[in-house]
Write a protein that binds this ligand. Structure first.
Ligand SMILES: C[S@@+](CC[C@H](N)C(=O)[O-])C[C@H]1O[C@@H](n2cnc3c(N)ncnc32)[C@H](O)[C@@H]1O
Length: 352
C-alpha cells in the first residue's frame, strides 16, 4: 500500500513505456475505500475506462477517447456522456445537497425552487449540447439556469424555454440572472445565457411551440390540498406558495382540489406536452410524497401511474434525489412514526 491506502502495484506500461498512444493497466487502482481512484490511475496509465483495461488501438470507428473523461460512443442518442460517465449517471439515487448558490436568497422567495446545479445534472443525463429543454412549470427558473450552466460546467449550452403563470416569478428570474451575471463578471467568469421565460398558462403556451423539444424537465405544482389543512400545518402552508395548477377551465388559485382532480389535470397537461416532444425524448418530473393527517400520500407513484396511463409517455425510471443537508422535522415522536422527508422522486418518462 502506498500513501492514503492506495494500492498502485501492478500497473504495467503507461504512456512512457508504450508507443505513446496505446496504454495498458493490469490492475485496478483503488482508494482507501476500495473504490476506483480515477485520478491516480489516469496519472499512471491513460486511458482508463472505469478501471477496465482500455487499449486505444482497439477502439471501434464509432468510439473516440475523450481526454480525462473516457470513451464516447458516436451512436449515443441520449446525451453527451462517455461510457464511464453514463455508467455513473445510471445511479438511481442522486445523493447530494446543493449549496445555496446562484442567488438562492432571491430564488427562495418562491419556496419550491429547485437547485439549478441539480437541474444541470439531469439535463446532462437526458440531453445533448444545443438541444431544446422545456419547463412548463418554470417558477423562478431552476431548469433554465441549469440549461445555461451546462455551457460552462457541462457538455455545452442547451436552449431552454420556460412557462410560468405568476408574473412575480418571471420578474425574479430576471433579477437572479442579472445579479448572478454581475457576480460572475466580477469573478472573471463568463455570464450565464439568458433563457426565455414566457408568461401565461402552460396549456396555452405549449400549443404555440413550433419546434420539437428534446427534454422536458419540470417540477409540477403540488396537489392543492384543502385550505384548512394548509393553515394548520406549517409545512403545507409553505407548499401552498408553489401555486395551484390553474389550467383553463380548471380550479382557480387557492381553491381546493381533490387528489383525483389534481392527478387528472396533470395527466391532461402531460398529454398536451407530449405533442411537442421529439420521438425518444425524455420527460423528467420532480415530485415529492407527503404526509397528510395520519396517512402517507404516495404522490410520486400515483402521478407516475396517471401520466403513464393517461399519455403515450412510458415510465422509464424513478430516481430519488436525497438531500443529506435537509433538516429533520420530527412530528410523531414518541407515539407514531412519521417520516422526515429528505428525498424527492424524479420520475423519468420516455416519449414513444
Ligand atoms: C413547483 S413550482 C416550480 C419551481 C421551479 N422548479 C423553480 O426552480 O423555481 C411550479 C410552478 O408552476 C407554476 N404553475 C402552476 N400552474 C401553472 C400553469 N397552468 N401554467 C404555468 N405555470 C403554472 C406555479 O406558479 C409554480 O411557480
Amino acid at each position: 500500500m502506498s500513501e492514503e491506502g492506495i494500492d498502485d502495484g501492478g500497473i504495467e506500461g503507461g504512456g512512457d513505456d508504450d508507443d505513446g498512444e496505446s496504454y495498458r493497466q493490469s490492475r485496478l487502482v483503488t482508494d482507501s475505500e476500495g473504490g476506483f481512484d480515477t485520478d491516480r490511475a489516469r496519472a499512471r496509465s491513460l486511458p482508463v475506462e472505469d478501471g477496465e483495461l482500455v487499449d486505444t488501438d482497439d477502439l471501434a470507428d464509432h468510439q473516440r477517447y475523450v481526454e480525462g473523461r473516457g470513451i464516447y460512443d458516436e451512436r449515443n442518442a441520449v446525451n453527451d456522456l462517455t461510457g464511464r460517465e453514463w455508467k455513473y449517471a445510471t445511479k438511481s439515487v442522486l445523493a447530494e445537497g446543493y449549496p445555496p448558490d446562484l442567488q438562492h436568497d432571491l430564488r427562495s422567495e418562491h419556496g419550491g425552487q429547485k437547485p439549478p446545479r441539480l437541474c444541470a445534472e439531469l439535463i446532462g443525463r437526458f440531453s445533448k449540447a444545443d438541444d431544446l429543454v422545456l419547463d412548463p412549470f418554470a417558477g423562478v427558473g431552476g431548469t433554465l439556469l441549469g440549461a445555461s450552466l451546462c455551457e460552462h460546467e457541462g457538455s455545452g449550452l442547451r436552449e431552454a424555454i420556460g412557462f410560468e403563470r405568476v408574473e412575480r416569478w418571471i420578474e425574479l428570474y430576471g433579477e437572479v440572472l442579472e445579479r448572478e451575471n454581475a457576480d460572475r463578471r466580477a469573478r472573471g467568469e463568463p455570464p450565464l445565457a439568458d433563457q426565455e421565460l414566457r408568461h401565461g398558462d402552460c396549456l396555452e403556451l405549449v400549443a404555440e411551440v413550433d419546434r420539437e423539444v428534446d427534454l422536458l424537465l419540470t417540477d409540477v405544482p403540488y396537489w392543492d390540498m384543502d385550505e384548512r389543512e394548509q393553515t394548520r400545518n406549517e409545512r403545507e402552508t409553505r407548499e401552498s406558495k408553489l401555486g395551484a395548477f390553474a389550467a383553463e377551465g380548471g380550479p382557480e388559485e387557492g381553491s381546493a382540489t381533490t387528489k383525483e382532480e389534481w392527478l387528472e389535470t396533470m395527466a391532461d397537461a402531460f398529454a398536451a406536452f407530449e405533442d411537442v416532444l421529439a420521438p425518444g425524448a425524455h420527460a423528467v418530473v420532480f415530485i415529492g410524497d407527503m404526509y397528510r393527517g395520519s396517512s402517507y400520500e404516495f404522490l410520486s407513484a400515483e402521478l407516475a401511474e396517471a401520466i403513464d396511463g393517461g399519455t403515450d409517455l412510458s415510465l422509464a425510471a424513478d430516481l430519488i434525489w436525497y438531500d443529506p443537508s435537509k433538516d429533520l422535522h420530527v412530528y410523531g415522536y414518541p407515539h407514531a412514526f412519521v417520516p422526515s422527508m429528505v428525498h424527492q422522486h424524479v420520475l423519468v418518462f420516455r416519449a414513444g
